[in-house]
Ligand binder design. Structure first.
Ligand code: S3P
Length: 400
C-alpha cells in the first residue's frame, strides 16, 4: 500500500508572505494554492481591512497591489485570530504608518510575547503600546521610522521578517545580526515579488511541508510508503526530514524547481528508526515538528533527547508542558526539561479522550499517535486543526 496525493494546503508561512508581499507590490498578483487555514485567513482579512482588494477567481486569489505606502486606516481593530505570524508581521508593516492601528488576537495569541518585535521597532522610532508590557491588544501609533542595527536575541523568523518589512515600508536600512538562522522565506520571496513590482505576477504556493510531516509520521508508524507531491523543500524547513534520515529512514527528495522557493516531491519508505539527539542549532529548522518527533521517539527503542527548544514555550500553547500532558493523557510518559524533552522508548500508549489545548499541532499529533494506541483516541475538539490544515481530519478518515 502506498499513500500519495494527500491533499495538503499551500505552505502556511509562504501563504502569509505571498499575500503581504503581493499587497505591497504595485502590480497585480495571481496566487494559486494559498493556504485555506484559519491563520492565513487572518492575514487575508487584515489586508482587506487595510484597503487591499483581494478577489477569488477560479480557485486563485487575485491581489491588487497598493504599493509600499498604500494602506488605508482600518475602521476597526485588526483581528489576528490565533496567528502569531499575522500579528508579528503586521507589527512590522504598521509601525511606520501615518495612522493608528490596534491588533487583537484570540486567548492563546494574547498570551504570546510581542515585546520581541516591539523592542527593535521602537529602536527604529516606532510608537507601540503593548498590554502589560508584552502582549496583545497592541496599539500602534503613527511614527516615522529610522535605520536600525540589531542583533536578534532569538532565532525567530517572525521577528526577522517583521523587521525586514518595516525596513522596506519605511525605506530605511536595517542591519540584522545575532540569531539569524531561522526560516528564510521573506529573504527569498522579497526579490521575486519586487523585481518588476508593477508587472503582473503569478505564483503557485507549494504544499505545506509542516502539514505533510504528519502524514510522513503516520506512514512510518503504520508501515506505509508515503509520497507527498509538490511540497516546499526549503532547507530551513527540512529539519524533520533530516532527523528522520539520520535516524535511518529511507527518504528520497525529488527537487523540481528552486525559484523563489525550492519545491518537489518527497518519498518516505517505512524504515526502522534509531533514537536521536537534537540541540539548539537544529531546532529552528524543525520547531513546528517537535511534537511529532516526540511521538516517534516514544516508539523507538532507546532514549531520545531534545535540548535547546525553549522557544516551544511561546507557541500556540506552552508546547513543552502541553506535549508532555498529551502523552500523559495517552497513557505514556515524556520527561520535560527547561528547554526540551527526554523520551524513553518504546512505550505502549492506551489512547482515550485527549484535551488538545486547542493547539492545532498537538491535535493532529494526537490523531497520529492514535495509530499506535491500544484504544481509540477521541478529542476535546478537532476544529483547532483548521488553523493550519483544514483538510486534515477529512483525509484522516480515509487513511484509517
Ligand atoms: C513562522 C515561524 C516560526 C514557526 C511558525 C511560523 C513563520 O516561528 O513556529 O509556525 O511563518 O515565520 P519563529 O518566529 O519562532 O521562527
Amino acid at each position: 500500500m502506498e499513500l500519495k496525493n494527500v491533499k495538503l494546503p499551500g505552505d502556511k508561512s509562504l501563504s502569509h508572505r505571498a499575500l503581504i508581499l503581493a499587497a505591497l507590490r504595485t502590480g497585480t498578483t495571481e496566487l494559486e494554492n494559498i493556504s485555506t487555514g484559519e491563520d492565513v485567513k487572518s492575514t487575508l482579512n487584515c489586508l482587506r481591512s487595510l484597503g487591499v482588494q483581494i478577489e477569488n477567481l477560479d480557485s486563485k486569489l487575485i491581489v491588487k497591489g497598493v504599493g509600499l505606502q498604500g494602506f488605508k486606516k482600518p475602521l476597526a481593530p485588526l483581528d489576528c485570530g490565533n496567528s502569531g505570524t499575522t500579528m508579528r508581521l503586521f507589527m512590522g508593516l504598521l509601525a511606520g504608518q501615518n495612522f493608528e492601528t490596534v491588533l487583537i488576537g484570540d486567548k492563546s495569541l494574547s498570551l504570546r510575547p510581542m515585546k520581541r518585535v516591539a523592542e527593535p521597532l521602537r529602536q527604529m522610532g516606532a510608537c507601540i503600546e503593548l498590554t502589560n508590557g508584552n502582549y496583545a491588544p497592541i496599539r500602534i501609533l503613527p511614527a516615522q521610522l529610522g535605520p536600525l542595527k540589531y542583533d536578534l536575541p532569538m532565532a525567530s523568523s517572525q521577528v526577522k521578517s517583521a523587521l525586514m518589512l518595516a525596513a522596506i515600508i519605511s525605506n530605511q536600512n536595517v542591519v540584522l545580526g545575532g540569531e539569524l538562522h531561522s526560516r528564510d522565506h521573506t529573504e527569498r520571496m522579497l526579490p521575486y515579488f519586487f523585481d518588476n513590482s508593477d508587472k503582473m505576477l503569478s505564483w503557485k504556493v507549494p504544499g505545506d511541508i509542516s502539514s505533510g510531516s504528519f502524514w510522513i509520521a503516520a506512514g512510518l508508524l503504520r508501515g506505509v510508503k508515503v509520497k507527498l507531491e509538490d511540497v516546499l523543500l526549503n532547507p530551513t524547513r527540512l529539519g524533520f526530514i533530516n532527523v528522520l534520515r539520520d535516524s535511518g529512514v529511507n527518504i528520497h527528495l525529488d527537487l523540481h524547481s528552486e525559484e523563489p522557493e525550492p519545491r518537489g516531491d518527497i518519498t518516505v519508505q517505512p524504515s526502522a528508526m534509531m533514537p536521536f539527539r537534537l540541540g539548539k542549532n537544529q531546532i529552528p529548522y524543525l520547531i513546528d515538528e517537535i511534537p511529532l518527533l516526540v511521538l516517534l521517539a516514544t516508539q523507538i527503542s532507546g532514549r531520545s533527547v531534545i535540548t535547546g527548544a525553549e522557544e516551544l514555550r511561546y507557541k500556540e500553547s506552552d508546547r513543552i508542558v502541553k506535549t508532555a500532558e498529551v502523552f500523559r493523557q495517552l497513557g505514556g510518559y515524556v520527561e520535560t526539561t527547561s528547554d526540551g524533552f527526554l523520551i524513553e522508548g518504546k512505550q505502549s500508549l492506551n489512547g482515550g479522550l485527549i484535551d488538545t489545548f486547542q493547539d492545532h499541532r498537538l491535535t493532529m499529533m494526537a490523531a497520529v499517535a492514535g495509530l499506535v494506541c491500544e484504544n481509540q483516541v477521541s478529542f476535546s475538539e478537532t476544529d483547532s486543526a483548521k488553523v493550519s490544515d483544514p483538510y486534515f481530519f477529512n483525509e484522516w478518515k480515509e487513511f484509517l
